[in-house]
Ligand binder design. Structure first.
Ligand SMILES: Nc1ncnc2c1ncn2[C@@H]1O[C@H](COP(=O)(O)OP(=O)(O)OP(=O)(O)O)[C@@H](O)[C@H]1O
Length: 286
């Protein structure tokens, strides 16, 4: 499913969560949606899911307005954190409800996922642990096979093996049934390998929309004797420097001539997406 957002504004009374945001997603990919606390990720996803009407601008899915358009919103699934989406009866009830709502529901796959996450179908969702409720959300989100599937920090409370099981299942199911997936997360290092494209928002505005590999290629570590590192990086954007005795390692943002660095006796290497994210969203939290 294709997404076109144009000059979007989302306000809550006096608070403006999204302002002047335009974004075009071709679809059929896994997108990472990144932003610091309060950046507007949930607000954007809520509009894309039709949970909330935008205050200004437009949001289209496959060229059609989303809000109050049931034919379109049936094809869109947004799973919020810790199973917030599912608050009725047992796990089985939640699955029946989802099956009724979702035209592409795969009941056999849902059952497989219930077994994978070792969930008790007869258990009341409200009495489950936070991680188990998140897992129910993940099952509903994946088995819906919605052409636009969004997970908004849907792993909250899930332990590391369960989160890994979620990422593996998501990737396998995406390969078998390609669709548009948007994952909003703060666990950048853990999830970034899944992203084909990355969208970073900050204070309600778009900062970056780029293929993940291009974004990562914008960051380089330059390591060598401190003096050479300093002289080589003098006119470059340096995100941070680490010193160990006479050696320094600088994190540089922007295109860089690796051969020239090597000629200067320096080593270059990749830096993590998280470092770039921290830089692009205003540096470490004070
Ligand atoms: N229901 C609401 N009423 C008033 N303000 C709200 C409401 N929901 C969100 N906001 C405000 O809108 C801004 C964006 O919030 P949003 O939840 O979209 O951010 P987020 O990027 O999802 O944050 P987080 O990573 O912390 O979940 C924040 O300033 C927040 O306080």
């Amino acid at each position: 499913m294709r997404i076109d957002v144009e000059n979007l504004r989302v306000s809550y009374g006096e608070v403006t969560a999204i302002e002047g945001l335009s974004l075009a997603l071709d679809g059929g990919k896994i997108y990472g949606l990144l932003g610091r606390n309060g950046a507007g990720k949930t607000s954007l996803l809520s509009v894309l899911a039709g949970f909330r009407r935008q205050s200004g601008g437009s949001a289209l899915a496959d060229g059609r307005p989303i809000f109050e358009n049931t034919a379109t919103t049936r094809e869109i699934s947004l799973i919020r954190d810790a199973g917030e989406t599912i608050d009725l009866g047992t796990v089985e009830d939640a699955l029946y409800f989802a099956e009724d709502l979702r035209p592409r529901w795969d009941a056999a796959y849902a059952k497989e996922l219930i077994d994978l996450f070792e969930l008790d179908p007869k258990k009341n969702v409200k009495t489950m642990s936070k991680g188990q409720r998140s897992a129910v959300g993940v099952v509903v989100g994946l088995a819906s096979r919605a052409p636009l599937t969004m997970f908004d920090e849907s792993y909250l409370g899930m332990d590391a093996p369960s989160r890994q099981a979620f990422y593996d299942a998501l990737l396998a199911d995406f390969m078998a049934h390609p669709r548009t997936m948007i994952l909003s997360t703060h666990l950048i290092e853990e999830v970034s390998a899944l992203f084909e494209e990355v969208v970073i928002i900050d204070r309600g505005r778009l900062v970056v929309h780029s293929p993940a590999d291009e974004l990562v290629s914008m960051g380089t570590s330059v390591t060598g004797p401190t003096e050479q590192v300093e002289s080589f990086t003098r006119d470059l954007t340096v995100l941070g420097t680490k010193k160990l005795g006479p050696t320094s390692s600088a994190m540089v943002y922007g295109r860089l001539d690796h051969a020239e660095a090597r000629r200067a006796g320096l080593e270059t290497g990749p830096i993590a997406m998280q470092e770039l994210f921290i830089h692009l969203t205003g540096g470490p939290a004070s």
